[in-house]
Design a protein around this ligand. Structure first.
Ligand SMILES: CC(C)(COP(=O)(O)OP(=O)(O)OC[C@H]1O[C@@H](n2cnc3c(N)ncnc32)[C@H](O)[C@@H]1OP(=O)(O)O)[C@@H](O)C(=O)NCCC(=O)NCCS
Length: 192
């Protein structure tokens, strides 16, 4: 399969037989159920709630500037992945963030950016640096001058990772329409 060709494979951990590879839109669509499974386990969401994301993610794969990277085990199953696309006016996430930054200096972040839409590591593979490697590979795949993401507020591993890479606050304790939880919107100037 194209997502798993030797020419793209890069050893992450020779001991565990893990390899980090870019995944194109076609490969992403073929793996979407496995990615949903990782997302569900990583976020602790029930399977039905997680699979409701499938249609949305399938649409994301068709967006301009889509890129995905994943870590595969020796059997060819993904254990970690990140994906995103080019931010564009009119996208739901862009509209939501634009509402929050309007009239402030943070508005500049929206001019030209990559959106990191999802980053997840299967729980049994967390805490070994895979999230950082996956995120760095995603960032290296981008051509935009900056990247933006949103993540629930909290003192957790995701925040530690983003701060370690140098992500700065764009908006804090921000409320997206239809979600009661406060989110941080973070931005990073590329390349890292
Ligand atoms: C957030 C998440 C993507 C981070 O991925 P991860 O692989 O678990 O974490 P990292 O790559 O940052 O690994 C770093 C941790 O592993 C440890 N580690 C062990 N070996 C390491 C190595 N060789 N290199 C780097 N870190 C290593 C570090 O000590 C560090 O621990 P700390 O975070 O407690 O300080 C992952 O934990 C996850 O999917 N969480 C649930 C879902 C989620 O929150 N997603 C993001 C929401 S937007």
């Amino acid at each position: 399969m194209s997502h798993h060709s030797d020419s793209h494979a890069r050893t992450v951990s020779a001991n565990q037989g893990l390899s980090l590879c870019p995944v194109d839109a076609e490969g992403f669509l073929a793996l979407v159920d496995e990615f949903i499974g990782i997302y569900s386990a990583a976020m602790g969401y029930p399977a039905e709630q997680a699979s409701a994301r499938r249609q949305l993610w399938e649409q994301h794969a068709l967006r301009a500037g889509f890129s995905c990277v994943a870590v595969f085990d020796r059997c060819g199953h993904p254990v970690a992945f990140a994906y995103g696309y080019s931010g564009r006016r009119g996208q739901w996430w862009n509209t939501e963030v634009a509402r929050g930054v309007r009239g402030t200096p943070a508005e500049a972040w929206l001019a030209d950016y990559a959106e990191l839409t999802e980053l997840h590591v299967r729980p049994d593979h967390q805490g070994q640096g895979l999230g950082e490697r996956t995120l760095r590979a995603f960032l290296a795949s981008r051509t935009e001058p900056q990247v933006l993401l949103s993540t629930p507020e909290g003192d957790n591993r995701a925040w530690r990772l983003y701060r370690r890479l140098g992500f700065q606050d764009v908006l804090r304790s921000y409320r997206f329409t239809g979600d009661g939880r406060p989110f941080g919107i973070l931005g990073l100037v590329l390349p890292v």
